[in-house]
Design a binder for this molecule. Structure first.
Ligand code: NAD
Ligand code: UDP
Length: 320
């Protein structure tokens, strides 16, 4: 399948003032689309989109999408990215996370139905929980603890996938679901708590690097430009089931810390902190489907992506 180019469309992005959403907005504007961002700034920032505010094809609306979403414009796509995404927020923002995954997804689907628009859901590799199958293909149903601290996020995304498929089947909405694996890059909040931005900040400032447990757990890290390219390709094909988008190169968290210390020429030391409950032991996407369906392949490997992120994170010194 050769993905169609997405251009001349009006695209509403919930969560578009966040890390991924703002990069997506940049790409869609570059491809001559109109973009409307709806965001309540709970974890996002106006800084991420301030360069777009004066663009004639860009509009920002501050709104919590867990409440009814009223939009006057015609819309071709609703892309639902709104949700806090860092494990440190799973406790602090437990109920807003459950609401935006359930009520927010329902409202975003309702908007797509009203506008006869297509719908795109940003789901997550967390639907696989602490996986018993490695690497994880889309056919794996996952191993999620619904009542653990991560359950609020994992189950809200699992519900979001279920209601998206229900709207597809019942209301014939043309839907896409992307399961995003760990993604990093500029515009992640420096105090977001996720591992790449935490370690970069710590290393740049010669602070202790906080390794959860012994750091032998693994993740597979994807640079944000590769993810956005996967999104746009998925929009351009006719496929309604979930698709993994991630970089299959897998690293232990200790290896990540060591790479970042070398890259930043830091004097930081590794210190072990307690392992969070239900922290997945390993994670790596099976991207066979994306390769075949989207002719997509991640291009930016970890060393290059960390290097590209360094300038952004270097502008934050001792902000915490
Ligand atoms: P982020 O926190 O930078 O962005 C999320 C955005 O959603 C923020 O701007 C926030 O203010 C907004 N938001 C949250 N709740 C809202 C609400 N109720 N109404 C309106 N806006 C709201 O996080 P991100 O990493 O850019 O994540 C974007 C999406 O991608 C999320 O849905 C997340 O679950 C998903 N995802 C991200 C990753 C990753 O590694 N970054 C991995 C898997 C899935
Ligand atoms: N982690 C860590 N130190 C930190 C933050 C995270 O060792 O300061 C570990 C965490 O326990 C997990 C991995 O890094 O095993 C990735 O965590 P992150 O919060 O980035 O995302 P997750 O993949 O767990 O959703």
């Amino acid at each position: 399948m050769n993905p169609q180019l997405i251009t001349n469309q009006t695209i509403l992005i919930t969560g578009g003032a966040g890390f991924i959403g703002s990069h997506l907005a940049d790409r869609l504007i570059k491809d001559f689309n109109k973009v409307i961002v709806v965001d309540n700034l709970v974890t996002g920032s106006m800084k991420n989109i301030e360069h777009l505010l004066s663009h004639p094809d860009f509009k920002f609306i501050e709104h919590n999408v867990s409440e009814y979403i009223k939009i006057d414009d015609d819309i071709d796509w609703v892309m639902h990215l709104a949700s806090p995404a860092s494990p440190v927020d799973f406790e602090k923002l437990a109920i807003p996370i459950l609401k935006v995954g359930s009520l927010g997804t329902h409202n975003a689907l309702g908007l797509a139905k009203e506008k006869h628009a297509k719908f795109f859901l940003a789901s997550t590799s967390e639907v696989y929980g602490d996986p018993e199958i490695h690497p994880q293909p889309e056919s794996y149903y996952g191993n999620v603890n619904p009542v653990g601290p991560r359950g609020v996020y994992d189950e809200s995304k699992r519900f979001a996938e279920a209601i998206t498929m229900a709207y597809h089947r019942k209301h014939h909405i043309d839907t896409r679901i992307v399961r995003i694996f760990n993604t990093y890059g500029p515009r992640m909040r420096v105090d977001d708590g996720r591992v790449v931005c935490s370690f970069l900040y710590q290393a740049i400032n010669n602070l202790d690097i906080t390794l959860c447990g012994d750091g032998s757990q693994t993740r597979s890290f994807q640079y944000v430009d590769d993810l956005v390219d996967g999104f746009v390709r998925l929009m351009g094909v006719d496929y309604n089931f979930p698709v993994n988008i991630g970089n299959p190169n897998e690293f232990t968290i200790r290896e990540l810390a060591e790479k970042i210390i070398t890259l930043t020429k830091s004097s930081s030391k590794l210190v072990s902190i307690p392992m969070p409950e239900d922290d997945p032991k390993r994670r790596r996407p099976d991207i066979t489907l994306a390769q075949r369906l989207l002719e997509w392949q991640p291009k930016v490997q970890l060393d290059e992506g960390l290097y590209k992120s360094l300038e952004y994170f270097s502008s934050f010194t001792n902000v915490r």
